[in-house]
Write a protein that binds this ligand. Sequence first.
Ligand code: NAP
Length: 498
Amino acid sequence: MARGLRLLSRAGRLRPLLSPGPRRAFSASAREPLHVCVVGSGPAGFYTADRMLKGREGAQVDIIDRLPTPFGLVRSGVAPDHPETKIVVNQFSRVAANGRCSFFGNVTLGRDVSLSELRKTYHVVVLAYGAESDRSLGIPGEDLKGIHSAREFVWWYNGHPDMRDLSPDLKSTGSAVVLGQGNVALDVARVLLRCKTELATTDITDYALDSLRGSTIRKVYLVGRRGPVQAACTAKELREILGLKNVRVCIKKADLVTSPADEEEMRNSRIRRRVYELLSKAASEHKDNNNNDQKELHFVFFRRPIRFMPSENGSTVGAVQLEKTILKDDVVTGKQVAVGTGEFEDLKCGLVLKSIGYKSLPVQGLPFDKNRGVVPNLRGKVLSSESETATVETGLYVVGWLKRGPTGIVATNLHCAEETVASILEDDKKGVLTFPSDLKKQGRTGLLEILERKNIRYVPFSGWEKIDSTEKMAGQLKNKPREKITTWVELLRAANEE
Ligand code: NAP
């Protein structure tokens, strides 16, 4: 067996791991500088920076982000009507204020700076850039107008500069279909249905609010390929959407019939039981309510999308063809999976939001597991591949959705960051990160040289603070927490204002 380390394979067996290189371990002093670069300033990135600064005396942490604004999904992903989830940015701002931490916004990994440049400049590179793309269904008609991923729609209403021009057409149809029943699906359905005077006092962008005010959508269908026991949302979020003002909830009683396998699932998961109970209660409470002014939220279970069909004009979506499903035990995963029955039906709609999960993207030089959409890793240490003979990529780590896939709430990233930082500190103690030949790594000075040489204008945290105060001032005039700046040009202008 090769020297050094052994890894636990996914099957739980110990497997050999080739040594990362011919280095001899020596003990590093905690006072020696340790140059750390975190790529991505969302929750996973900031929690990592925080734990690194607390865990290693001489650590200097630079956080780079492709946007001029920090906080990743907290700014671009969390729904505008969930302000309590955004309070965590106060904690992240305190991390950024640490004298050993710097923020470099408007710097894109793979374009402005390569992974290999970062690895030559820093002792430790932690990739925390998340999942900025979408899983696709791979079914006919997916390119029709009126079909968007939920991520695009969320970025649009949250003012992400890459999606501010999405302009979803909310005026030409009465019905929207949301595919998927996770918390993102609930977010987008809630934003479509929520009373606009309630949304007006949130940090939703002004253009999205205007568009939602003019929306003709009265019915939203939340379509799940499995049943109410398997709906991927959590109880708090479900309770919120079920309680929306002036929204009638429609659930077919027949879909609530459970099998022994469902009962078993609910015995094993309190969340699954709670979600099922909430749906059952909603089905009986709302059934006799026939107020014509109400909007409608339909939970559609046991249906999987087969194709999108055009409307009469030919280029816009007019319906989704769904196949009825039943659940079968999958011996490999031990889960109940949806299997088609060969019975089809069309669900008419003029807007489709695909909410079937986010997807991470690789950058050049990064090992990447395309099937799982994650970077192969062992407790956050990047591995050269998924194979049995994988080696550890010394000094390269991963955290957040890029490490474990697109699941979990903001706080999940704290545990995830703690695990990755523990791996870094373990390697640091062994001396593999600050080996004498690495002492010439310059960290921040080296990054500044690269950016200077390539004429990249980065946005420091003080630049973000200028954006922040401009947005808050604009928000005050409209009785909202902030009015977000949503174009690249205006963001960079605000960041550079004297
Ligand atoms: P998710 O929870 O994984 O839900 C994905 C949904 O898409 C599931 O219903 C899944 O059904 C369905 N799906 C996947 N592939 C499909 C296919 N090919 N055809 C049809 N349906 C398909 O993902 P998410 O909603 O994007 O959320 C991501 C994470 O962020 C989650 O952990 C979520 O809890 C979290 N989040 C939390 C909040 C909050 O706390 N308020 C808000 C937003 C997001 P199956 O179960 O059958 O695969």
